[in-house]
Design a protein around this ligand. Structure first.
Ligand code: AGP
Length: 613
């Protein structure tokens, strides 16, 4: 996610801003900038912006650690690109027309294209490709001298998530802020007042903070802080004392980035799905493919590594069920060398969180060399796979710090669902009613993930019983087999416990010989047609001494006749079930690793992005 810091006080602002932005570096970014308000030599108020692509040290060198930027009131930003490549022109802050206003933003403006088109017709010109610049010009359009009014009016026109820091040139010394769904806090101290995306940015100066309520506007001067609701009425807010240490603060109070990112999944899925659903229908315009081109796709070849490969395995079942397009799935390291036989109208889809995985990038280049169209499902904007693919479908999970992927995985699943529905419609396999039913359920997934997270103690209790296992097996059928693969990988990569995932029907062909007393077998069962079959497989292993954990949807209470312990997830359309069952499997892995006292975020031998063969 982007990082925002603002300061208005009785000392130079730019050094304080750079300091704060440094404490937000863990959030991941590709460029940074500051805007500081001052009075020029003619006594006129000005807002100076300095920004640079790359690490903060570039900005530090440009500004002599901020000392060359005068003024005691300013806003700063580290950008994690979502709309528009990483570049100086796309970095924040952004000016509005005539530099009357400067804005920094964290979030996604879902209707930015419509706003941009309308403002362009009204004479506004855009320098960047960002969604943020539309907010700057919209504020300019509504600013007639009352900042609170301009912000309030902007809010009625903008859809999506935002945390905004705003400077109005004719209001030197004042910072304005507003948030909807993206985090933003206010801090107060005897040196001045702050806004920030997260506590670490200001912990050095104050622990006296207020987490701005959603849809509230804040006005800060060096002495005062005022809160307003969207109707421009002043409201009172309470401040609290932060007692986290700096390290805990970077993780938002969570013990590890992995747990924080597990908890960010509802928002990540919401941010990925909702901008692509308009009036209940999937909008795949960003792929740059017409309905006819989508309908012409005769086959899909999916390629990825690790967890992204498990997304492809899920996609095989889900896309074939929804769009009736045959889907082949390959590990990238295999695909790149096997000279696959592929039909002419095959669409190659490469899935990658980092967009830099060497095997996946090589597979992309192999497919392109052979003349196939490549779609990238990628989380990092401007990454190699994103740049080299013919089309890219970004997952908006934000930066994922923990080596074990969780929220990026969930957003990749969401991306696959959207593609499947769009393909199904283009091919006439599903009608508008089915599409609207599916998209409505997609929009409900975040709240269902939240419900699972509310019951994490049950999973934590169970995990502690198995922290010292030597072997743990996962079994499932159909979509649940793909989820079993992911559950097994999550567990072994952070707990170092040997684990295997098997298509449940395959156990009796050899592996069942490994089952002995006390071995934990996790049975994943969400697919109605296959439920009884999976139960039989669980009986098979239980009769050979296994301890069986069942993971299934509410309502499938017969699971308790077989399983020693059962974890339920909310009901959903069966084709989306992978998005729910993965959450308890992530938590199981996390708490088993925690129980072993391991470094959950940085497991041995692993890297976040495998950029070598
Ligand atoms: C998953 O938890 C692992 N960190 C790993 O398997 C990862 O999914 C794989 O290396 C692919 O990475 P990518 O999505 O960045 O291409």
């Amino acid at each position: 996610m982007c990082g925002i810091v603002g300061f208005t006080g009785r000392q130079q602002a730019a050094p304080v801003l750079l300091d704060g932005l440094e404490k937000l570096e863990y959030r991941g970014y590709d460029s940074a900038g500051v805007a500081v308000s001052d009075i020029d030599k003619n006594g006129e108020p000005v807002v100076e912006i300095v920004k640079a692509k790359g690490r903060l040290k570039v900005l530090r060198e440009m500004t002599d650690d901020g000392r060359s930027v005068p003024g005691t009131c300013g806003i700063g930003h580290t950008r994690w690109a979502t709309h528009g490549e990483p570049s100086v022109v796309n970095s924040h802050p952004h000016y509005a027309k005539d530099k009357r206003i400067a804005v920094v933003h964290n979030g996604i403006i879902e209707n930015y294209q419509q706003i941009r088109e309308r403002l362009t017709k009204e004479g506004y010109s855009f320098l960047s490709a960002t969604d943020t610049e539309t907010v700057a010009h919209l504020l300019d359009k509504y600013y007639t001298g009352n900042p609170i009014e301009a912000i309030s009016r902007m809010m009625f026109h903008v859809r999506g998530s935002y945390a905004l820091g705003i400077l109005f040139r004719d209001r030197p010394g004042e910072i304005y802020a507003v948030r909807k769904d993206s985090p933003l806090i206010v801090g107060r101290s005897d040196q001045g007042n702050f806004i920030a995306s997260d506590v670490p940015a200001i912990l050095k100066y104050t622990r006296d903070v207020c987490f701005i309520p959603n849809l509230e506007i804040v006005k800060l001067t060096d002495q005062e802080i005022h809160f307003y609701n969207v109707d421009q009425e002043e409201v009172e807010e309470t401040f609290s004392e932060i007692n986290w240490d700096t390290e805990a603060a970077e993780k938002g109070g969570f013990a590890h980035f992995m747990l924080k990112e597990i908890y960010e999944q509802p928002k990540a899925v919401r941010d990925t799905v909702s901008p692509r659903i308009k009036d209940g229908c999937v909008d795949l315009e960003e792929l740059g493919m017409t309905g006819e081109e989508l309908a012409k796709i005769s086959r899909i070849q999916m390629v990825a590594c690790g967890s992204a490969y498990h997304v492809c395995m899920t996609a095989k079942y889900m896309v074939e069920q929804t769009a009736r397009v045959p889907v082949d799935v390959d590990l990238a390291s295999e695909f790149r060398y096997r000279n696959a036989v592929m039909e002419k109208d095959t669409l190659v889809i490469v899935v990658s969180q980092s967009g830099e995985t060497a095997d996946s990038l090589a597979a992309l280049r192999e497919a392109k060399k052979r003349g196939f169209r490549v779609l990238g499902i990628v989380n990092v904007v401007g990454s190699s796979i994103a740049r080299e693919a013919d089309s890219v479908f970004y997952t908006w999970a934000g930066p994922e710090i923990s080596v074990a992927t969780t929220k990026a995985y969930s957003t990749q699943l969401a991306a696959v669902y959207l593609l499947a529905i769009g393909l199904g419609r283009a091919r006439g396999v599903i009608g508008e009613e089915a599409e609207k039913e599916m998209t409505a359920e997609l929009m409900r997934l975040p709240e269902k993930i939240e419900r699972i997270l509310e019951e994490k103690e049950r999973i934590q209790w169970f995990a502690n019983k198995f922290s010292h296992s030597k072997d743990i097996f996962f079994i499932g059928r159909g979509l649940d087999y793909a989820s079993s693969l992911e559950g097994s990988l999550k567990l072994k990569e952070i707990s170092y416990i040997h684990s295997e995932a098997y298509a449940a029907g395959e156990l009796k062909h050899g592996t069942i010989s490994l089952i002995e007393d006390g071995i934990l077998v996790v049975g994943v069962a969400t697919q109605k047609e296959l439920f009884e079959k999976l139960i039989s497989n669980m009986v098979e292993v239980k009769s050979r001494g296994a301890y069986v954990l069942g993971v299934t949807s509410y309502g499938n209470y017969s699971m308790e006749d077989v399983a020693n312990y059962t974890i339920y997830v909310p009901k959903t359309l069966e084709c989306f079930a992978a998005s729910l069952v993965v959450v308890p499997l992530q938590l199981l892995a996390y708490y088993v690793a925690l129980g072993k006292g391991l470094d959950v975020d940085k497991p041995r031998n692993l890297a976040k992005s495998v950029t070598v063969e």
